[in-house]
Write a protein that binds this ligand. Sequence first.
Ligand code: BGC
Length: 773
Amino acid sequence: MKPQNLLILALLAAPALQAQTLPVYLDETKSIEERVDDALSRMTLDEKIAIIHAQSKFSSPGVGRLGIPELWCTDGPHGIRPDVLWDEWEQAGCSNDSCTAFPALTCLAATWNTDLALRYGQSIGEEARYRNKAVLLGPGVNICRTPLNGRSFEYMGEDPFLSGRMAVGYVKGVQEQGVAVCVKHYALNNNEHERYTSNALCDERTLREIYLPAFEAAICEGGAWTLMGGYNLFRGQHACHNQYLMNEILKGEWGFDGAIISDWGGTQSTQEAIYNGLDLEFGTWTDGLSMGATNAYDNYLMANPYRQLILEGKVGEKELNDKVRRVLRLIYRTTMNRNRGFGSINSEPHIQLAQQVGAEGIVLLKNDPSLRALLARNEVSNLSNPSEPLLPLNLSKVRSLLVVGENAIKMMTVGGGSSSLKAQHEIVPLDGLKARLAGTGVQISYARGYVGDPGGSYNGVSTGQDLNDSRSAEELCTEAVKMAREADVVIFIGGLNKSGGQDNEGTDRADYALPYGQDQLIEALAQANPRLVVVNISGNAVAMPWIDRVPAVLQDWYLGSEAGTSLAQVLVGDVNPSGHLPMTWYASLDQCSVHAPVLKQGRQRVADPRRYPGIERQDSTVHLWDIYYDEGLDVGYRYIDKQKFAPLFPFGYGLSYTTFTMHDAKVADATPGAVKVNVSVTNTGSRAGAEVVQLYVQDVKSSVARPVKELKAFQKVFLQPGETKEVTLTLDARAFQFYDVAAGDWRSEPGRFNFLIGNSSKNILQTLAYDLK
Ligand code: BGC
């Protein structure tokens, strides 16, 4: 053979030779498990210890010597958080870390659209990937036990089934991008008040039926790669290293093979962290620097203290190896997955999606067609046909529009805690309306109405807005009322915001009522002009004592970058509202089981502090608040049903600009484990729109007390005017079961069940009977 041919052969063989010498942990032809084993076998004790705890605020090291990359986390859950300094919460000062702010998760849940949840996950996953983040700290799936929870806006409402379905879409979408989700905050982290010392005491059945199913769905069906332990305690042990929650349920029963990450500062004990499942420690405060250590992170509870115990032979390496394996597996699934894409950020499709989720999540709470207020005052003008609802705004008739309220001009993407963002742009409601109405001839004016929170900064990110106004509350109200008298239609845009005591991490809401005197202002506006639309921006229910005097009310959530565009689309009817409430809208706090007057005090009945905010232990050695979940399964609509209360708006409720009927419900397939129910929906109005078909299962006779009914299937259906579609809802075995505490398993009892089908938990339109064999 000629020498040049030999050379060619040698060159061709080179990659094969290289592949042969490639260590298994780098060999992509090998399975992840083989690669993990190989990497683990090469690591020193110090490298193993290093990889299971943080090296900075948001990263943990890989193995530098072996070329195994670092792991970067980011908040979460509705946008990619701007970078902070290595060891400070302050901004790193980057100019490439602004993002698309997607609507907060209550809004996503309010869409009841699981396809949208998947697309949401894909889009936010792409943004995380683009920013080279391996773990996205979300979604949050804690159940809304009380509307006072300051972080409800980051979660998906009160129902375990709805939260679970939406979480599965989110998780799959994010992880398709080679980015891990971190489902949080496991478990029973249902209040912000005293969140580090809250000890949740909940019976087993309630735990399994109400507080765990959304986590279970995210793990078992969604396949989540990481999960975050909460700050709180559960049955006296910290959630981050809780033997029962982590080892027995999550890793045992559910077979979770991912990594458990502590909430930032949630690790409290080396011993428990070693044995009770925690895999990655983040955010622990240490006084490492004052102790003369070069690196405070070395003093994390899972760092030097753990290493020392191993060196002294007090603990073995079995647990450590399991933790390292899980972290390595996470790295292989994310940063070491060469097949993942590169992601994208602030792209047109992301902005469009944010807009769509926002518009689809807005809930039309009231749209009174009779305008009774106008009739009563004998004031029916040519503007308002009393049989015509106030919304959508009739742009051929409305000439002047007054917008009132701070939330019309306030940027909401900054604030609220760790979910605070640096959005590349944010369209506030007033600007969204102005843009939409440009060229229509409608004159828009604005009155402030009230001053709430004129600031707007979080951890060094500032909105740049100065919303200070030195006028008194009375002056502001007088001005708004005067202008309201002159306007054809008034739109009040208020509600809560992201400051302390409202929708905000670290504090619970101070009150169920609207702050800053908004109720009085709304009453005054309604007096001045009955053509009043109230737009409430909040992450949860608020009291609406003026509801009878206001003809139209929209629930707007925190909608992110495109907040103003989405709202304008719904107000003018470009988008027909189809959001439905993911939580009960209590008329007053008394209707919520957690705050219900159950204690006798003299002649009065009062709420029981055992349930909320808990009982502070009178013990100088431990500072704990015991919170007794005495209400058990009676959370949200389950309690409303039991008590036969009339809430202001029930769970699952939402109006449309069109009308629908549901008909011809039938059991199409009675096979246990996959029961299929068909129901037809017709759009009987004149606009295209979407309805949410909700199926609640009722166990007619049971050996244990069961809720009156529980949501077990739903589907959103889009219909043109006059169109009919048949929807199929599937009920799996779990839809009929309760958790049998004695057996330690899920069980159903044969017998009669009713399927209650409707468009809210109170508006049941079709009922079917089904006999479970
Ligand atoms: C929050 C988490 C968040 C973490 C990191 C904690 O205070 O509870 O939800 O992911 O900080 O910012």
